[in-house]
Design a protein around this ligand. Structure first.
Ligand SMILES: NC(=O)c1ccc[n+]([C@@H]2O[C@H](COP(=O)([O-])OP(=O)(O)OC[C@H]3O[C@@H](n4cnc5c(N)ncnc54)[C@H](O)[C@@H]3O)[C@@H](O)[C@H]2O)c1
Length: 444
């Protein structure tokens, strides 16, 4: 039977989840939306055929109505997760909540407590668990193929331009206004490590700092904005016009991926921009109209993008922002039973992607999930190795977004959803942040 849900926050993530209803109208329909931005609200209402009584400016208005559907997706920004999620649970909705669940430990605990108290379900968008790559890793661990696990190394390699966009100039640049980097960027990674370990974490240590994006690292004479005539513009890898107007770094990243048709198109745009601009298919990408540009301007004409760079946060020199997030951090965890794990987050990567190496008594598993996807099992007994087919993924979560929606529909159909695992990874993130800022090992 088709289930229904409401959407709170029709931004980038909310639209991705709601698109599932358009792709699978037999499984899910969107019953209402709450979104304060008129452009987004109207576009969403048109897309999902919503009429009067189904479109609201604010989550409180929507949740103040009698139950409009079985489920509620909460996809507002980090600091606005708790209130709508608590209200939706109280109203009787089954909730799918974006990560991080909340930006404080107390709020995470309050959410889980209310879900238990009301008997409502609370699922958190740890979408990577639903990708083929990480499902394969988990399957190999659970089947005993690796033997006893001793060591996990997992790296979250954030590309230099993604770091600058999201964690310096953008929404998550300031930890007090958003949440600490280890929560904002790495709660997925801590969730995966915890899932692979299958045991409770006992103690945690963490080291990290902000090395690059500071005023003392700025090139001589760099003004406050890239659009103000910066003397270092030609050599600066963070220069805003190249990043947002021309999509330079995205084109380069796609050009390096192992998706050959896409890679060739991106290389042609970079090598012969004038010719490519005149070719049907390629010409429309001369001015970049994909992420990250879609996140900075509604008007994606050259004038609209340049206006956003001159007036908004994304045209700022990366060395002169109000950011304080670490740009590299190492976290070490010891689990019950002795397994140790290291999580590396670094925001200086040439390519975006996660990489891992897991050591077990029988085999080593190593792989990368990104633009050069690879997963390889090295068997110590036979001396052989087995490669798994892994799709290339320049940005995004592969099939993770649709996977979590499949699961949410199952929950709407009666499957249980236990938020305690998501809670565990969030508690690990808060503990890691304490360990780093207080220079100590935190016992859990
Ligand atoms: N699961 C993942 O892998 C993943 C990836 C990226 C981002 N995220 C998380 O998803 C969340 C949303 O990110 P995004 O990039 O879509 O942000 P976004 O800013 O594009 O979308 C958030 C939307 O919420 C709306 N909103 C604000 N106040 C509201 C209110 N009172 N009622 C209803 N809507 C309101 C905003 O207007 C905006 O359109 C963030 O918490 C982010 O950390 C998760």
């Amino acid at each position: 039977m088709t289930k229904s849900c409401v959407l709170i926050g029709a931004g980038d993530r909310g639209n991705r989840y709601a698109d599932y209803a358009l792709e699978h109208p037999d499984r899910l329909k969107i019953a209402a939306v709450a979104e304060p931005r008129p452009d987004r609200r109207e576009a969403f209402a048109r897309k999902h055929g919503l009429g009067p009584g189904q479109v609201f400016e604010d989550w409180a208005e929507l949740l103040g109505k009698p139950l409009l559907a079985e489920g509620a997706i909460v996809a507002t920004q980090d600091q606005f997760h708790v209130q709508p999620a608590l209200a939706a649970l109280k109203s009787g909705y089954q909730v799918l909540l974006e990560k991080p669940m909340a930006t404080s430990e107390a709020d995470c605990l309050a959410l889980v407590a209310l879900a238990r108290e009301t008997g409502g379900s609370l699922s958190v968008c740890h979408v990577l668990r639903y990708t083929d790559f990480f499902k394969t890793v988990k399957g190999l661990i659970d089947s005993g193929t690796l033997g006893e696990l001793y060591s996990i190394f997992h790296a979250e390699n954030v590309s230099y331009h993604h770091m600058a966009h999201s964690y310096v100039r953008g929404n998550w640049g300031n930890s007090a206004a958003s949440s600490p980097m280890i929560l904002a960027k790495c709660c997925h990674d801590l969730d995966l490590i915890q899932w692979f370990a299958g045991n409770s974490a006992q103690r945690i240590a963490s080291f990290g700092n902000l090395g690059r994006f500071r005023p003392d690292q700025a090139p001589k004479g760099a003004p406050a904005r890239c659009t103000d005539g910066c003397p270092a513009a030609a050599s600066c890898i963070y220069e805003a016009t190249g990043t947002y107007l021309h999509g330079l770094h995205m084109k380069r990243a796609i050009g390096r991926s192992n998706d050959l048709p896409l890679a060739l198109a991106a290389r042609a745009m970079l090598a012969l921009p004038r010719l490519a601009a005149r070719l049907p298919g390629l010409g429309r990408h001369d001015v970049w109209k994909e992420w990250p540009t879609t996140a900075i301007a509604e008007n994606l004409s050259p004038e609209g993008i340049l206006k956003a760079l001159r007036e908004g946060p994304y045209g700022r020199c990366v060395y002169r922002c109000d950011n304080d997030q670490v740009d590299h951090q190492e976290t070490i965890i010891e689990f019950e039973g002795g397994l140790t794990a290291t999580l590396r987050m670094q925001g200086h990567s040439y390519d975006e992607g996660r990489s891992l190496r897991i050591e077990g008594s029988k085999a080593t598993l190593r792989g990368s999930f990104g633009s050069h996807g690879a997963l390889e099992l090295l068997d110590k007994e036979s001396g052989g190795h087995r490669r798994f087919k892994v799709k290339s993924q320049v940005f995004g979560h592969a099939e993770g977004d649709s996977g979590i929606m499949d699961r949410f529909v199952e929950v709407l159909n009666g499957r249980a959803a236990d938020p305690s695992e998501a809670l565990a990874s969030h508690l690990l993130a808060f503990a890691a942040d304490r360990a780093r800022t207080e220079h100590r090992v935190v016992e859990l």
